[in-house]
Write a protein that binds this ligand. Structure first.
Ligand code: FAD
Ligand code: NDP
Length: 594
């Protein structure tokens, strides 16, 4: 700072500083409140021009002029765009009230960021973006199912996905525990009935309270929640249509598309749209679905079939080709085998061709005609409910992408590089991403990291490799990394070893549950010191067993590392610390000892 003499000059110098710096902080190097304001700006990725009044020449005079101007003697004092914000508390309040973001924005749009979709990815991204002092809005709107089912804020996972699915799966597991309980001395009647309405109501109450919490959370964080359907009218402008059909328009500097997916209906099955349901209807169905046909053979189909059987329903699964496409097929078949033991029927390879209503009601009666895909043999049967779980389509066809220049792939998904679309200011996360995993924690991680990169200094990207996952079927299946098929394809059969072991959980032995149904498989790469490529576990609590496995796989752990790990006894997971049988050895993988 140049030497300045005279009060007139110092006042003028102060005014020049205020007018010529977008963000100006008067501070002292020893003041803890100044340090707090500096930390706040750093967290917002803002670099203020800092005058350390105890260091600069003429600091005392400048401080006097500053005090005279703002009527306070304390530091810090913050100015933005020439406007006096105040001290430490005032600056934090301005951040919380969104005043900072308004003053700091370098555009004339309504928002710094609009997120389209208030599900796992969208909510996570918006809540992270607001931490950088940005003005953020989340648009979320549920298009009703053909049956009219809708739900609240939180997206698929909370309303019609992971959460109600896991809770209904738990209902089924409790049923199994009741049966097991008899051998553990509990005096439980042979026929214990399950009450669909009670389960459904309790789960829906929980979901509604979480919808409410989501809304409160956004409000407290000053993210604007707008319950309207959004579609682009130009690259920076969206049309918002609310429940009543009212139209408004909003603009933003940047967008994140996180619109997720919705269940697909078949195009070649007469009556399907009229008489069937999907997972979007199942979890809030106002009546017991009764005898149910589940069409499809992936996550959603097998999980829904599993818990419906577990609560005592008559369930059939119609499989077009294989079970759990993309997963290790030996494991997938074992998942199916155990479902068979539980009393689930499989029609394979069949597809439904027509559904007729025989009797209306809740549930009514439906006649389903299906044909074998290889021989065209036709079969007919009656069900109370038909549930289609044949995949999900990305919600990208009616959001005006054609008005933005964002390019979609053939299947409607959006290809991104580091979650950025081909248009610079438009990003995407979650299930709509092309070639990425469709899982809640993946959408959340990608959303948070994206917001940090968009508005902060971060360069950290979402790692989509070695993500652990679990299929919550009657016998749960957890996996991470390569399937056996993919490992052979990529590394060659001679270069991998597959360790296998059947196991019989201790608790199952007393309960007289099937021996050797549970299974552990570890795929290792021989040329790299038996580096672990794939982990597969079939047994109780698969989610809990599999969660941490992502870490050793990411850290390139070897089979020897696992051998050196001491197990926890008696558990199911300990089987992975004592694997000795490889497929190549031809030895039996059946369980032995305690
Ligand atoms: P979503 O959560 O689907 O959110 C998108 C939101 O955007 C929705 O609310 C939608 O209505 C809204 N929207 C769409 N278009 C617009 C628009 N134009 N304007 C305004 N709003 C719009 N994953 C797991 O990790 N574990 C599980 O156990 C699991 N179980 C599942 C079970 C089922 C039955 C299903 C269907 C899915 C399951 N998933 C599970 C997957 C998980 O739910 C999804 O991966 C996750 O919800 C994706 O999040 P997202 O943010 O991409 O989209
Ligand atoms: P998928 O796309 O994974 O599977 C679709 C299934 O439907 C396949 O079995 C497919 O058979 C079958 N199918 C497709 N079209 C037809 C048809 N016309 N007639 C009969 N069968 C048909 O979809 P999902 O909905 O199961 O899962 C979507 C995603 O949601 C998953 O990939 C997963 O990431 C996520 N999810 C995660 C869960 C978890 O973490 N536990 C649980 C549930 C979902 P084919 O193999 O012959 O093509």
């Amino acid at each position: 700072m140049p030497p300045i003499s005279g009060s007139q000059d110092i006042r003028q110098y102060l005014e020049d500083l205020i007018q010529s710096n977008k963000v100006l902080l008067f501070s002292t190097t020893t003041c803890p409140f100044c340090a707090k304001v500096k930390a706040l700006f750093e967290s917002l990725n803002i670099k203020p021009f800092v005058i350390e009044l105890n260091v600069v020449d003429n600091g005392t005079e400048l401080r006097q002029a500053l005090s005279a101007k703002v009527g306070r003697t304390s530091v810090p004092q913050v100015f933005i765009n020439g406007q006096h914000i105040g001290g430490c508390d005032d600056t934090h309040k301005a951040r919380d009230d969104g005043v900072l973001s308004q003053l700091l924005k370098n555009h004339n749009y309504d928002y710094d960021l609009i997120v389209i979709g208030g599900g796992s990815g969208g909510l996570a991204a918006s809540k992270e973006a607001i931490k950088y002092g940005k003005k953020v809005a989340v648009m979320d709107y549920i298009v009703p199912t053909p049956l009219g089912t809708t739900w609240g804020l939180g997206g698929t996972c909370l309303n019609v996905g992971c959460i109600p699915k896991k809770l209904m799966h738990t209902a089924a597991l409790i049923g199994q525990t009741l049966k097991d309980g008899i051998n553990f001395g509990w005096d439980i009647p042979e026929n214990v009935n399950h009450n669909w309405d009670r389960m459904k109501d309790e789960i829906q109450n929980y979901i509604r309270s979480s919808n409410f919490k989501n809304r409160v959370d956004l409000r407290q964080k000053s993210v604007d929640y707008i319950n309207s359907y959004a579609s682009f009218v130009d690259p920076h402008k969206i049309k918002c249509i609310d429940k009543k059909g009212n139209e408004t328009f909003l603009t933003a500097d940047k967008f994140i598309i996180a619109t997720g997916e919705r269940p697909r209906y078949p195009t070649d099955c007469v009556g399907a749209n009229k008489y069937s349901i999907t997972s979007d209807d199942l979890f809030s169905l106002p009546y017991n679905p009764g005898k149910t046909l589940v069409v499809g053979a992936s996550y959603v189909a097998l999980e829904c079939a599993g818990f419906m059987r577990g609560i005592g329903l008559d369930v059939t699964v119609m499989v077009r080709s294989i079970l759990l496409r993309g997963f290790d097929q030996e494991m997938a078949e074992k998942v199916g085998d155990y479902m068979g033991i539980e009393g689930i029927k499989f029609l394979r390879p069949f597809i439904p061709t027509s559904i007729e209503q025989i009797e209306a009601g809740t549930p009514g009666r439906l006649r389903v005609t299906a044909k074998r895909t290889d021989t065209n043999e036709e079969i007919v049967d009656e069900y109370n409910t038909v549930l289609f779980a044949i995949g999900r389509d990305p919600c990208t066809d009616k959001i005006g992408l054609e008005n933005t220049g964002v390019v979609k792939e053939k299947n409607g998904k959006i290809k991104t590089i580091s979650e950025k679309t081909n248009i610079d200011h438009i990003y995407a996360v979650g299930d709509i991403l092309y070639g990425k995993l469709e899982l809640t924690p993946v959408a959340i991680e990608a959303g948070v990291l994206l917001a940090r990169r968009m508005f902060g200094n971060s360069t950290v990207e979402c790692d989509y490799v070695n993500v652990p996952t679990t299929v919550f079927t009657p016998l749960e299946y957890g996996s991470c990394g390569y399937s056996e098929e993919l490992a052979i394809q990529e590394f060659g059969e001679d270069n991998i070893d597959v360790y296998i072991q059947n196991h019989w959980p201790l608790e199952w032995r007393v309960a007289h549950r099937p021996e050797n149904s549970c299974f552990a498989k570890l795929i290792v790469l021989r040329s790299e010191n038996e580096r672990i490529l794939g982990f597969h576990y079939l047994g109780p609590n698969a989610g809990e067993v599999t969660q941490l496995v992502g870490l050793p796989l990411k850290m390139k752990a070897t089979k020897a590392d696992l051998d050196a790990l001491i197990g926890i006894h008696p558990t199911c997971a300990e089987v992975f610390t004592t694997l000795v049988v490889t497929k190549r050895s031809g030895l039996s993988a059946d369980t032995k000892g305690c």
